[in-house]
Design a protein around this ligand. Structure first.
Ligand SMILES: [Zn+2]
Length: 856
């Protein structure tokens, strides 16, 4: 009753005054005095917290001002975003701790070293609390609350704060995603009326595509903690590993009609490698948050909706490392004020809930300090005994593609996972793991649980609903040859600092031609390097041999020195770049004669043309192109392969002349805003030789537009009335039919140009939709199929699994001289699915000459 009363009072006060300003005291606890020498946020950022959405540059100015004014704070720039914004980290603790910070850090790290942790005196050690804000840029209440929290930590006076600072090292990141925060702040501020409009139809509340959630390339940074492919995550993970905190709080927003969520999440959806004690500590902390929110009358919920399953999220990643990760989700005003089922939700109100739970987290970490420190020590003490129970003794992996091996190893290195070169060559299941390129990762090591979380396969689940993907087994995502070794293995030398591969030129200087295989990850970059400089370059469609006897399979690239506009010395410059920068071995030829395969002048070598690529983006609101799917492709071509592309909004496409492009990519999403005239224009363009590459739901649009035949399997018609079920089961039953990221095995035809550069006849694929494409009748029409038991890891419902079996993952339609290539799966998922990337690049380079015999 008291709570309800308090609640109505708060709501009454807050919501009655539509344009009332709040001042700083609204956010701060009562009865605390503040040091006048510390600047308030408003004195630096130029407005009161919550009056406007803070711009990142002003937030940086404020944090720098605090650093200058307070001996409790030391600020570091730990990295830079793609848009060149600094990534800040403030270390906040007592001045005395600051003087010994390096020895405190080293001592803290010993908690995760079982050999040395027993002698640590936990009663005198500070706890480490990592506090991070607004990893989703359009969930800004976290970052804006960070201004208040940083002020409080710098300026509050009295025994309580002194004690907290003495007993805690706070690693404070005021903005996990500066580029996204800036995008959203610019949106909301520039559309704010003097008379704030809470009407959900107002422009302020209807962000333009792609929205501020994502980073520069439209990645969701809160899926990247484990694989850390993006600069924001790399900087952050480095810091996390430097300290191994005890608590990490991650401050987000959710839908406008929700209230406030704090962890624990759904009890049945905790990753099996996370100890039960972690959830117990999470629940205990929950009591602190509940008490703080009860006091101000804020509505909240816990143990539903969100989960602790995917280790790529900020609130789950710490759980695999002896820490406790807590997710906070505040209902979003998505702008300065918005109508909701709970009344008008104002920006300051959303900020205050985060301030309050930042404070309750600080209190909890202090009162639970020894328990948290002991838990982390025990967690690492039990790593080796837990690993000893695991039948898997080690993982070993290799590939003909040294770059993919390198990038996978780089992830392990970043997460402080020990790796070795085998002492001698090993053979498992007919595959040889040599001593030069293979890597052994023993399970018996401190980071066992995280390693298992990264490499393990799971097909049995307690629950059938997932907040995010159900599987991410890294060796499958990288498409490397690997083995779960169940017998004792002898590890060779420890790998201390993995280096990217460097190629060489074999056979001295070529006087006739150069050739290279395309197993290397960066072979598309090498190919583009050549064709973009006007060097006539061909791809082999039959095998040929180097005079030394070395066999080159179809898919290998050849550059002859005759018939070129550039002289041999100029060409050699690019050849050396390929060896050095793309990590590829190149063979020099002094003759074109080959009686074993085809000679170099054979017409079986196909000329590769420089692609001119456009990718459709936007498409009007959020029913258009998926920002994350488009962003993955943009990032892949732009950052990894140095291949330019035009990201073309659908509205522009509708009226643009598209004749300059050879290739148009339609990422997953909806294309309902493409005009009839533009559809006809696209059809004509394909007939004249253009290549469309479409993904997932785009295939339905292509089929509906007469631009290809990508028939999807339909639901079987129900003959009888369904068995009655309780209404209460509906939500779970519908959710259980979602395929939210499972790994399935594709069977591929490696002689098809779309699979050039691959040597295994199976390929793990990432599936996160319920599109099941019927096989086509043609003998050459199904180069990627799924067999009778394709599930490798993750969850798919029985009904959908039955539909997936014996379907096709790829289809090609011939339209005049052009081709429409459709994939049911994402080939560039979240920047870490390295294994399937080249298929997309093959479609770009070789799509135009695919035989019409393979058309559907
Ligand atoms: Zn979020």
């Amino acid at each position: 009753m008291i709570n309800k009363l308090a609640l109505s009072l708060v709501f009454g006060l807050l919501f009655a005054t539509a344009s009332a300003q709040v001042d700083l005291s609204y956010y701060l606890p009562t009865g605390v005095t503040y040091n006048q020498a510390i600047p308030t946020p408003a004195s630096v950022i130029g407005h009161e917290v919550g009056e406007w959405h803070v711009h990142h540059d002003r937030l940086v100015n404020y944090m720098m001002a605090l650093d200058k004014a307070s001996d409790r704070i030391s600020l570091e720039i730990i990295g830079q975003t793609y848009e060149s914004r600094p990534l800040l980290l403030l270390t906040i603790t007592s001045p005395k701790n600051h003087q010994n910070i390096e020895s405190i850090r080293k001592q803290h790290l010993s908690l995760s070293d079982a050999a040395n942790s027993a002698s640590l005196s936990i009663s005198s050690m500070p706890a480490v609390y990592y506090l991070g804000c607004s990893i989703h840029g359009n969930e800004p209440s976290g970052a804006n609350a960070g201004l208040v929290m940083a002020y409080h930590l710098a300026a509050a006076q009295g025994p309580e704060i002194e004690k907290y600072l003495e007993n805690t090292i706070i690693l404070f990141d005021p903005s996990f995603n500066p580029d996204g925060l800036s995008r959203f702040a610019a949106w909301a501020n520039s559309r704010k009326s003097k008379l704030i409009s809470p009407d959900p139809n107002d422009m302020e509340h209807n962000e333009a595509w792609p929205g501020g959630r994502f980073n520069h390339y439209w990645f969701d940074l809160n899926r990247d903690w484990m694989v850390a492919q993006l600069p924001e995550s790399q900087a952050r993970v480095r810091k996390f590993q430097e300290w191994r905190p005890n608590l990490l709080t991650d401050h987000h927003e959710q839908g406008t009609n929700a209230s406030f969520f704090f962890m624990p999440g759904e009890p049945t959806r905790v990753h099996p490698m996370t100890p039960e004690k972690n959830q117990e500590l999470t629940r205990k902390m929950g009591e602190y948050h509940a008490k703080a929110l009860d006091q101000i009358g804020s509505l909240y919920f816990t143990q539903e909706g969100y989960d602790d399953f995917y280790y790529g999220k900020g609130s789950t990643y710490p759980d695999a490392q002896g820490a406790v990760g807590i997710l906070f989700e505040q209902a979003s005003s998505r702008g300065h004020a918005q109508e909701s089922v709970n009344g008008i939700l104002r920006f300051p109100f959303t900020i205050r809930n985060h301030v309050v739970t930042m404070m309750s987290s600080l209190k909890a970490v202090n009162e639970m300090r020894e328990e948290l420190l002991s838990y982390q020590r025990d967690f690492y003490k039990t790593s080796l005994p837990e690993a000893a129970k695991d039948p898997v003794r080690a993982y070993v992996f290799t590939s003909r593609d040294k770059a993919r091996v390198y990038h996978l190893a780089e992830i392990l290195q970043r997460q402080q996972i020990e790796m070795y070169r085998p002492a001698s060559a090993l053979t498992f299941n007919g595959k040889t793991y040599d001593t030069e390129t293979s890597i052994i990762v023993p399970t018996s090591q401190a980071q066992y649980r995280l390693l298992k979380g990264m490499f393990g396969r799971i097909t049995q689940f307690k629950d059938s609903l997932f907040y995010d993907i159900s599987s991410w087994t890294l060796p499958l995502a990288f498409g490397v040859d690997y083995e779960e070794v169940k017998t004792p293995v002898v590890t060779g030398t420890r790998i201390q600092n993995i280096q990217p591969p460097v190629g060489k030129i074999i056979g001295d200087k070529g006087s006739y031609a150069y050739a290279f295989e395309t197993y290397g990850y960066y072979s598309p970059r090498a190919l583009y390097r050549l064709v973009s400089h006007g060097i006539r370059t061909k791809v082999a469609t039959s095998a040929f041999f180097h005079p030394s006897g070395k066999k080159f399979e179809a898919g290998s690239i050849v550059v002859s020195l005759d018939n070129q506009d550039k002289n041999p010395d100029q060409i050699e410059v690019y050849i050396r770049e390929i060896a050095e920068r793309d990590g590829i071995d190149i063979y020099a030829f002094n003759t074109g004669l080959d009686y074993r395969g085809v000679s170099l002048g054979s017409s079986s070598f196909q000329l590769v043309r420089k692609p001119e690529i456009a990718m459709l983006v936007d498409g009007g609101g959020f029913t258009g192109v998926s920002p994350t799917d488009a962003g993955e492709i943009w990032h892949l071509l732009d950052q990894r392969f140095n291949i330019p592309l035009t990201c073309m909004p659908v509205a522009v496409f509708n009226s643009a002349n598209i004749n300059r492009y050879t290739t148009i990519i339609l990422p997953a999403g909806g294309y309902g805003t493409i005009s009839e005239a533009a559809k006809e224009k696209l059809k004509l363009w394909v007939q004249q030789g253009g290549v469309i590459i479409g993904f997932e739901q785009a295939l339905n649009w292509l089929t509906g537009s007469g631009l290809g035949k990508f028939d999807m399997r339909k639901d079987e018609e129900k003959k009888d009335a369904a068995k009655p079920k309780p209404y209460a089961d509906i939500a779970d039953a519908v959710g259980a039919q979602e395929t939210s990221g499972a790994i399935i095995e594709g069977n591929i035809d490696i002689t098809n140009p779309l699979f050039y550069g691959y040597y295994n006849t199976t390929m793990p694929m990432f599936k996160s939709n319920n599109l099941f494409m019927e096989k086509s009748k043609g003998a050459y029409a199904n180069p990627l199929t799924y067999g009778g038991s394709p599930l490798m890891s993750g969850y798919i419902s029985k009904i959908n699994y039955a539909k997936l079996k014996n379907t096709s993952g790829l289809g090609v339609s011939a339209v005049g001289r052009g081709r429409v290539i459709g994939f049911t799966e994402d080939l560039a998922f979240r920047a870490y699915w390295f294994g399937t990337n080249k298929v997309l690049l093959n479609a770009i380079f070789y799509g135009s000459f695919l035989s019409p015999e393979m058309a559907r």
